[in-house]
Design a protein around this ligand. Sequence first.
Ligand code: GLU
Length: 640
Amino acid sequence: MPVRSSRTSSRHLVRSRFRRPAAPRPTAPRPARRRAGAVAVVASSLLPLAAPSAAEVDSGRKPPAKAPVAVGYGGAVASVDPYASHAGLEVLRAGGNAVDAAVATAAALGVVEPYSAGVGGGGYLVVHDARTGGTHTLDGRETAPAAMRPDSFTDPATGAPIPFRDAVTSGLSVGVPGTPATWEKALAEWGTISLAKALRPAVRLAERGFVVDEEFRAQTELNEDRFRDFTPTADLFLPGGELPEVGSVFRNPDLAGTYRLLAREGTDALYRGRLGREVVRTVRRPPVVPGADRTVRPGLMATGDLDRYRAPYRKPTRVEYRGVEVYSMAPSSSGGTTVGEALNILEESDPAGMGRVQTLHHYLEASRLAYADRDRWVGDPAFSDVPTEELLSRRFARERACLIDPDRAMTGPVAPADPRDPRSGECVAGEGGDEPYEGTSTTHLVTADRWGTVVSYTLTIEQTGGSAITVPGRGFLLNNELTDFDFTPLSEAVDGPNLPGPGKRPRSSMAPTIVLRDGRPLLALGSPGGSTIITTVLQTLVNRLDLGMTLPRAVAAPRLSQRNTATTQAEPEFLESAAERAPLERLGHRFVPPPATFTPSPEIGAVAALEVLADGRLLAVAEPERRGGGSAMVSRPTRR
Ligand code: GLU
């Protein structure tokens, strides 16, 4: 049983506390063609504001128009933020491909979502390359320094795990950033433009600034205590010692300078150069405000760790489901194996005539089982023999599926089975784990181009606000990704695959996913949300493929998250009004709101997705409500 007692759940869904201000209603709907942003929307109720002029957007005076759904031709972008989607669209319109646009969007997210993503963090990128028909992935996960040991997160005096709160805000939790290497490698392999060019919209955005919304202010406020304790962080994110004001323009010239440095020198500036030395100095001697009353453990990173960093290709996970192929991220993330195993389990049942209640029942049970196996088997494949193929085998799925009783929910948690020895699985529930803590920050984006290349990319600095440590003069926060390691062994008998180790990648839940039909992209999707990422991606697929919802509906529908615990987390809309709730409870499911105490309306995940429609149009979809709604854009609403 995982020993995670140091990990409080109090920060689960911390980020969901923050809602972007709802977009005001348009005074009068305008024909899509007249809008400068060329954003076409599907439902009239989703019509965005009249778009600001290009000059207003460029000057930083106004954000680009925001809509959660866009449909059209020539390319598409969906992300959590209109500035970021706009940056991707700009690159697509200038002739760039989906990979170019993904890097541009991600770099812009580093400006406008600096507490979720940026060059100080890591992530996973999945691409379907239309030129070759291949689907590929890059593992840009952060790595632990060479000096890290399995007990690095325990107190040497007592052997007890160090307080999770302390680990979060420390140099010790900072992994070697993988995001710059991901950008450079993705562009070199599949892109058409230089890193310098892909960074250009983000440089401009960082220089000219963006309009602060309530969410940015609220995220800063959540971090205020931590941010005040680090001189460069307070200087940057608490201008004049205050929270940034809603409506003011936030500029980050230091980040513009960092992007320019990367544009000039490539990522060598970080992995082998001056920027890297500054990162190491910051991690080893965090710039704590003199007199601050906070224990800030120094980190172990050295320049050699940066020099050794690589963002390797990984063979994507692949499962066939209801006649389509689902590609996702292999270990070091648990996203692809866990979504894939659950889909395989579901594939054992026939959705035809099953009805919504049974479909959801099977979704929850498949997720429960896949989670039990994830916790036991998945970690960095360079350090343990992760049974990726076996976890995704049909044989193993059949064995696990036999545990699902259509008339009765498992009381959970259930024991893992051994995918290498399917006979060992018995149709009995055993001891499972308590809920693993993972962050709830992060961001996901999808892009598609006119040639049929599609990108699904999740990136993060782990906690909202990462480690709270800004590299002086560089304008970005460092991650605290190494808190995704287990701090102590799974049990007295079993270390488990996710203890810290030198050069090791902590297990992730990120699940950037691309679905192909007949070898061509059908869907792309992903989400933030720590360990709920997996259930969010899984449920969105079930909604779309089994329950026949449109993609916007599949994204908007209330979410349930079962991660091998006795209770299932459910969003308020489900708890309050879903017709399926009572019948599922009669089967034995017990629903609770996500353990966020900060918000009256807890949320699970924040999807960005796209679909290639049967008539060839691109449908880009972001959240309509969660986190105040995201931003979907297409290059052209009409064919010509
Ligand atoms: N660190 C988490 C992971 O890799 C992601 C954090 C989040 O989604 O907020 O799974």
